[in-house]
Design a protein around this ligand. Structure first.
Ligand code: HEC
Ligand code: HEC
Length: 261
């Protein structure tokens, strides 16, 4: 009798210690960040990170469901988790042309790092899987008309136009059948507008098509396009399709987009 009571007492004490160990550090380290997440990200991404916040239904595009651990903008191989620096970049710069705002200025670098930890905490993948490898982006060659011409050939060879359309307007013949991982219709961006979700610098565009956008039909070309010059040529060609935004684009642009740029 005594022994079982002792055992019970011990297991209650043990449980209490475990609870203290689990809860105290997370409130001490994470509480500010968790509260901040709920206040500024929760309305779209949901308090539980499931992408079902109260504002989500009013958006033209679904906010990411963080419980899946599936991310579009990574510097890691297709199907892998993103690096912390990838998540921080997305949060800092936002995703131009989508409702996802840029938080640079509103959040300090330290606060962005804290929010990254909150976002990761919604998916077990980050605890279960080993750290993914990072794509090394070498120095680009000189961008000139010759490189653009070479890129045009690669664009044809790899049939980017089947989805992106011959002039990159996002109107390729495959578009009506394209679906994202939720089974919802998805269309590629109009490259002539020159606004990229994943960033518009040559390195950004290189990263996007090398790693692919998980959860969308946009594949990774890491293995199929091995020639370094051909990769940069493709970047040069994609960028050559863009035009500078006009006064009217600026006037009628989504304020979230202009803030993100
Ligand atoms: C106004 C709504 C809105 C708010 C507020 C918002 N997001 Fe988003 N977020 C989105 C949408 C919509 C997407 C999906 C865009 C897409 O798939 O192209 C997204 C995507 C993301 C992604 C996915 C990037 C990837 O690689 O797939 C991350 C990470 C993210 N948001 C983090 C945050 C964090 C952290 C906050 C708060 C600091 C936040 N978001 C606030 C709407 C929002
Ligand atoms: C099977 C269809 C398909 C093919 C083939 C394809 N793409 Fe895509 N691509 C997409 C879709 C869909 C998106 C938009 C994903 C999104 O916005 O979530 C996209 C997005 C992109 C983006 C990102 C734009 C941004 O907003 O940051 C780039 C860059 C890109 N594609 C380049 C290419 C290049 C270069 C090729 C050929 C080597 C190619 N794509 C082939 C479907 C395709």
């Amino acid at each position: 009798m005594r022994t079982s009571m002792q055992r019970e007492g011990r297991s209650v004490a043990g449980g209490l210690i475990l609870w203290v160990l689990a809860v105290v550090p997370s409130t001490a380290v994470g509480s500010d960040a968790a509260v901040r997440y709920r206040r500024i990200c929760g309305p779209c991404h949901g308090q539980r990170g499931d992408g079902l916040g109260p504002a989500a239904g009013y958006l033209p595009l679904r906010p990411r469901d963080f419980t899946r651990g599936e991310y579009k903008f990574r510097s890691t191989p297709s199907g892998s988790l993103p690096l912390d620096s990838d998540l921080a970049r997305t949060i800092r710069r936002g995703l131009p042309g989508t409702p996802m705002p840029a938080w640079r200025g509103a959040l300090s670098e330290e606060e962005i790092g804290d929010v990254v930890r909150v976002v990761k905490s919604f998916s077990r993948r980050f605890a279960d899987e080993p750290a993914p490898s990072r794509l090394q982006i070498p120095r680009p060659p000189r961008f000139d008309a010759r490189l653009v011409r070479e890129g045009r050939r690669t664009w044809k060879l790899f049939q980017c136009a089947s989805c992106h359309g011959p002039r990159g307007r996002g109107d390729g013949p495959s578009v009506p059948g394209l679906r994202d991982s939720d089974g919802l219709p998805i269309r590629p961006r109009d490259f002539t507008v020159g606004i990229y979700k994943g960033g518009s610098s040559p390195r950004d565009v290189y990263r996007t098509f090398m790693t692919g956008l998980d959860g969308t039909p946009m594949p990774s070309y890491m293995d199929t396009l091995a020639d370094e010059r051909a990769r940069w040529a493709l970047v040069a060609y994609v960028q050559s399709l863009g035009r500078r935004p006009s006064f009217f684009d600026w006037l009628f642009a989504d304020p979230l987009v202009s803030r993100a740029r």
